[in-house]
Design a protein around this ligand. Structure first.
Ligand SMILES: [Zn+2]
Length: 221
C-alpha cells in the first residue's frame, strides 16, 4: 500500500517536473535534422548510452533555436541546423566522465562533480552543426566529438596558418556561430566548435536545475 503510494507520487512528480519544461526539438521546425550520436555506438565512448535518438530542450531554449534558424534563413540561406546532442541525463554525464577522467581528453568533458557540471544536463545546451542546401552535412574540419585541439575555436587561425584547417571549414564554423550567437543569443565555449550554451554559470543555475529524467519521458505537445 505504502509502496504503491510512493510509486504513484514519484511518477506524478516526475511527469509534473518534466512535461512543462521540455520540448522535442523535432517539433520546432520540420527542416531540422538529427544525428543523435549517443543513441548509436558512433561516439567517443563507442557505446550506445541513450535508449533512443531524441533531442529534448527547455522551452525557452527551443525559442532561441528557432531564432537561430530564422537568422540562417535571412543571412545564410540554404543552411539548416543538424543536431548531434541536446538534453543529456545526468547519469550519462557520470559515465562519460569516467571514460575521460585523468586523460588528455578530460578538458573536453564537463566534470559532473563540479558546481555547474554539464549544461547539457540542464537541457540548456546543444551540440549542433549544419547541412547545406543539398542536405549534406557541411565540412567543419573535424567530426563532432573530436576531442582534440583541431576542435578548439581559439586555435582556428593558428590551424589555418599551419594548413590543418581550410578557409572553407572555418567559414562554415563562422556561419554556425553567427546564427547561434547573433540569432539565437547562445554562448560559445573555447574548446568545441559544435557546443552552444543558452546560459552559463550562476545565471544557468538560477534558472534551472540539473535533470536525470529519462529520454523516454512523455512530452506534452
Ligand atoms: Zn556539448
Amino acid at each position: 500500500m505504502f509502496n504503491l503510494f510512493f510509486i504513484t507520487t514519484f511518477l506524478l512528480l516526475t511527469q509534473a517536473q518534466a512535461s512543462p519544461q521540455l520540448i522535442d526539438v523535432a517539433q520546432i521546425d520540420q527542416r531540422f535534422n538529427f544525428d543523435i550520436v549517443y543513441a548509436t555506438p558512433n561516439n567517443f565512448i563507442k557505446e550506445k548510452v541513450y535508449p533512443l535518438a531524441r533531442c529534448l530542450i527547455r522551452k525557452e531554449v527551443a525559442g532561441m533555436l528557432q531564432k537561430a534558424q530564422t537568422y540562417l534563413d535571412a543571412h545564410h540561406k540554404g543552411y539548416t541546423l543538424l543536431f548531434k546532442d541536446c538534453y543529456r541525463p545526468e547519469h550519462v554525464q557520470f559515465k562519460m566522465w569516467e571514460v575521460v577522467k585523468n586523460t588528455p581528453q578530460q578538458k573536453y568533458v564537463a566534470n559532473p562533480n563540479t558546481k555547474t557540471g554539464s549544461v547539457h544536463n540542464y537541457a540548456a545546451a546543444v551540440d549542433v552543426t549544419l547541412t547545406d542546401k543539398t542536405g549534406h552535412e557541411v565540412d567543419m574540419g573535424t567530426k563532432h566529438d573530436h576531442l582534440g585541439a583541431l576542435s578548439e575555436i581559439r586555435y582556428e587561425e593558428k590551424h589555418l596558418k599551419e594548413g590543418k584547417l581550410t578557409h572553407a571549414q572555418i567559414a562554415h564554423r563562422k556561419i554556425l556561430r553567427d546564427a547561434m550567437t547573433k540569432g539565437g543569443k547562445f554562448k560559445t565555449i573555447r574548446t568545441e566548435w559544435w557546443h552552444f550554451d543558452a546560459w552559463q554559470g550562476q545565471e544557468l543555475r538560477r534558472r534551472y536545475k540539473k535533470l536525470d529524467i529519462p529520454l523516454t519521458v512523455k512530452i506534452s505537445k
